[in-house]
Design a protein. Structure first.
Length: 82
C-alpha cells in the first residue's frame, strides 16, 4: 500500500488507515523507531516496573515475601535499619 506524505502544519506526515491501526491494536499512542531505514510502528510497551507495587502488596498480604536465599546474608546485616 502506498500513502501520500502530506504537509501537516510545519511538519509532514502520513495518514494510517483505521483498519491497519485496528490490526495492530493501536488507539491513542504508538512507539516509532527507525531500524535499517524502515519506520517501525508498534503498540507502546508498558513501563518497566508496571504492576510491581500491586505484586509486592499481594506477596506481603500472602506472607510470601521471605528472602529467597536467606543464608546469603553479609556480616553486619542484622544491625542495619531499614
Amino acid at each position: 500500500m502506498q500513502v501520500a506524505i502530506r504537509r501537516m502544519g510545519n511538519s509532514q506526515g502520513i495518514v494510517i488507515p483505521k483498519l491497519l491501526l485496528a490490526q495492530l491494536g493501536l488507539d491513542k499512542l504508538a512507539e516509532l523507531e527507525v531500524k535499517n531505514g524502515v519506520i517501525e510502528i508498534r503498540p507502546p510497551r508498558p513501563p518497566a516496573r508496571a504492576g510491581w507495587e500491586a505484586d509486592c502488596a499481594r506477596l506481603a498480604a500472602e506472607a510470601d515475601d521471605a528472602l529467597v536465599w536467606p543464608d546469603l546474608a553479609n556480616d553486619g546485616d542484622a544491625e542495619l535499619s531499614w
